[in-house]
Design a binder for this molecule. Structure first.
Ligand SMILES: Cc1cc2nc3c(=O)[nH]c(=O)nc-3n(C[C@H](O)[C@H](O)[C@H](O)COP(=O)(O)OP(=O)(O)OC[C@H]3O[C@@H](n4cnc5c(N)ncnc54)[C@H](O)[C@@H]3O)c2cc1C
Length: 324
């Protein structure tokens, strides 16, 4: 069977900062990495505009441009970069088996999972149209662009509370819309938000539309008890209703938390399956930054290199049992 299948040494799934950084390190370590880009080559940064907090770009850089540079560097080091989606995996034995585009299976001695996460949106047309022009799903990334301005944030959980507090230190007023009559956030976070003078909380309030032609100018909200609609002028709209890690195809093989974030051994990128590593946002619900994703991509390549060195002369042995 295995004779007919392509057999790669180091397979990288995902082409965001984590995947490309893993590729740069793996290629330089002569692991001959093959990288599948998925449906969003370049990852989440391709849907943003200016990135100002990635070191090495003193004047900032456009997200899509930066990811082209990552790709070029990975390619120049010798990574085999391919357009394709991993659609299924079988980690029951080594070499591992990964299905691409529901068409072909390939064998891999090691796998680096760097499939990222996707922000959840309310689903408004205006949200997508103004994405990157005042609409954002990342306050830490984009809050600074609205220094001294009025902004709004949507969400009632801990992330929304944390991001509202972050924005309150930069922006003049933070209008905080909560769909229910209470927060889901922890008590301590709720208190911090409610005690911050420039955060204005609106209960039972849902966003009806983000307004603005080229950039965000205002938001129209609706009180879901009274039906009353109000237009509030804001320069930015931050949505913080959760992220979904792109980990569905690994369910049953890799241990995850209740949201689907892949669990790694602290201080490493090792998963519960020896030889399978996870890097970037798919395993990180705390930091979710390009630089941390890139850092863990580097770790994954170094972990894979060590692993491959250790098993180099071993026979194929059973690798894992399905979990869950
Ligand atoms: C609007 C926005 C603005 C942001 N701005 C900043 C910023 O200014 N600074 C900053 O540091 N961070 C910013 N971030 C966060 C940053 O983009 C992420 O932390 C970072 O991209 C995570 O990198 P990653 O490699 O883990 O995953 P991602 O960038 O999410 O990439 C995941 C990759 O995996 C691929 N993939 C998924 N499933 C599969 C599959 N089954 N098979 C093959 N490939 C697959 C996708 O196609 C994609 O290429 C921003 C995020 C957003 C949404």
């Amino acid at each position: 069977m295995s004779n007919e299948l392509e057999h790669v040494h180091c397979l990288i799934i995902g082409s965001g900062p984590a995947g490309y950084t893993a590729a740069i390190y793996a290629a330089r370590a002569n692991l001959r990495p093959v990288l599948y880009q998925g449906i969003q080559p370049g990852g989440q940064l391709t849907i943003t505009t200016e990135v100002e907090n990635y070191p090495g770009y003193p004047d900032g850089v456009q997200g899509p441009e930066m990811m082209v540079e990552f790709e070029k560097q990975a390619k120049r080091m010798g990574t085999d970069i391919r357009y394709g989606l991993a659609t299924n995996v079988d980690f029951s034995s080594r070499p591992f088996r990964v299905e691409v585009d529901e068409e072909k299976w390939i064998l891999a001695d090691s796998v680096i999972v760097s499939t990222g996460a996707s922000a959840q949106w309310l689903g408004l047309e205006s949200e997508q149209r103004l994405n990157g022009y005042g609409v954002s799903a990342c306050a830490v990334c984009d809050g600074f662009f609205f220094k001294g301005k009025e902004v709004c944030i949507i969400g009632g959980g801990d992330t929304a509370a944390e991001e509202a507090l972050y924005l309150s230190k930069i922006c003049s007023t933070v209008h905080h819309f909560v769909r229910r009559g209470e927060f889901r956030a922890s008590k301590v976070m709720q208190e911090r938000v409610l005690n911050t003078p420039n955060i204005k909380v609106y209960w039972n309030t849902e966003v009806d539309e983000v307004l603005g032609e080229k950039t965000v100018q205002a938001v129209r909200v609706k009180n879901n008890r009274t039906g009353e609609k109000t237009v509030i002028p804001v320069s930015a709209y931050f949505v913080a209703i959760g992220h979904k890690p792109n980990s569905d195809i690994f369910k049953g093989w890799l241990e995850m938390d209740e949201t689907g974030y892949i669990k790694t051994v602290p201080g490493s990128t090792r998963t519960n399956v020896e030889g399978v590593f996870a890097a970037g946002d798919v395993q990180d619900k705390t930091y979710r930054q390009a630089v941390t994703a890139a850092g863990s991509g580097c770790m994954a390549a170094l972990d894979a290199e060590r692993f491959l060195g250790t098993v180099a002369h071993q026979q194929a042995i059973p690798a894992a049992k399905a979990v869950g």
